[in-house]
Design a protein. Structure first.
Length: 363
């Protein structure tokens, strides 16, 4: 969220404070000047943002489809196959296009509220049905460890372990994935943050989502860890083995290992599957809206034809990557998309600091 906050704050400031279009290039105005923003360099920055957003969205859609496909197999016995995965990409893309066509205050808002409600139900259910006391204690412990170690973890490049694959396919991949998402998430939160002070923006974008993420990861991950630790043979409760076969299996394996009865296990799995579906629909529709804004000179209400075009394009790219290269191709797409935009992010910070330094003092 710090990554998203950088882009969102810069775009929100230059759009709502300086009256510039909601484009990545607008944030570079103190560096490039008006001529540069509207010229080749500004166009290049916007182009890199579009490339990054498409890469991030296709990564999300591809990974989501793998988990949804496995969930359908677990709950309804529909075998996971390339055909099913392809159909899911088409279906999710179609629903995302339908949502984005209805506008921000209808489809996207409705699905977002539904998402939050289901996520809250899931967390409460896991907290009550799982190891409640352990999870409460773990949350306090992890919160303290995060505060103490956030800077060392954030600067760890695993330089002493160049041959290990874990940092490459987890730490590096996730950081790259977040950077590739930053143009779209940053643009989206900038659009809806008009009238907020910088302090309010930072609290709303940085602290609250981080706290909610910590709660979610503590409850979901902590439950799985507790089950594995307390197994008759630690590490052999089935969750670890399922995760090694594919990360998309972890959530459903955790529900199965909780020993809460067939009915509750099925219900939790159904809610979990619904959450994954809706999360990726909301990601795709929001991303499609932002892509449409970025390619219509920062228009906050872009034409529906552009929304349709980008919705179809993102779905098509995700489909090709999934059917031809699988998970490794999807992860590589995120990293490739993020690398050039990381340079733009550095320039955005310079531009923001320069402009803020010229603001009149508050009396």
């Amino acid at each position: 969220w710090a990554i998203y906050g950088i882009v969102g704050l810069a775009m929100g400031y230059f759009t709502h404070r300086k009256g510039l279009p909601l484009n990545i290039s607008s944030t570079l105005q103190p560096i490039l000047g008006d001529k540069g923003v509207n010229g080749m360099w500004g166009g290049l920055a916007n182009g890199l943002a579009i490339f990054s957003t498409v890469g991030g969205l296709t990564t999300s859609l591809g990974l989501g489809v793998l988990q949804i496909s496995y969930g359908l197999d677990t709950l309804f016995g529909i075998p996971s196959s390339k055909l099913v995965q392809g159909a899911l990409v088409v279906g999710i893309s179609a629903l995302a296009i339908l949502s984005v066509m209805t506008g921000l205050k209808k489809g996207i808002l409705f699905l977002s509220r539904l998402n939050i409600g289901l996520a809250a139900i899931m967390v409460i259910a896991m907290l009550v049905l799982g190891p409640t006391i352990y999870l409460l204690g773990l949350f306090v412990q992890l919160l303290g460890e995060y505060i103490v170690n956030v800077f060392s973890l954030g600067s760890n490049t695993f330089a002493n372990y160049p041959e290990q694959q874990w940092p490459n396919w987890w730490t590096t991949f996730y950081w790259a994935w977040w950077i590739s998402w930053s143009p779209f998430v940053g643009s989206f939160i900038a659009r809806i943050s008009r009238g907020r002070t910088i302090r309010e923006f930072i609290i709303g974008v940085l602290l609250i989502p981080t706290l909610l993420s910590l709660i979610w990861l503590t409850v979901m991950g902590g439950t799985a860890i507790n089950i594995e630790l307390l197994a008759e043979n630690p590490g052999e409760a089935g969750i670890l083995a399922a995760t090694k076969e594919g990360s998309e299996r972890a959530m459903f394996a955790t529900f199965a290992a909780m020993n809460i009865g067939v009915a509750l296990e099925y219900l939790l799995s159904l809610v979990g599957l619904s959450l994954v579906v809706i999360f990726f629909i909301t990601s795709c529709d929001s991303g499609t809206l932002v892509l449409s804004m970025l390619t219509s000179r920062g228009n906050l209400d872009p034409p529906k034809s552009l929304r349709l075009f980008w919705g179809v394009l993102v779905g098509g790219v995700a489909l090709v990557l999934l059917l031809t290269g699988g998970l490794s191709a999807i992860q590589t797409a995120a990293i490739v998309a993020a690398l050039p935009f990381s340079v733009v992010m550095l320039l955005m910070m310079v531009g923001l600091f320069r402009s803020l330094a010229n603001e009149p003092p508050i009396k």
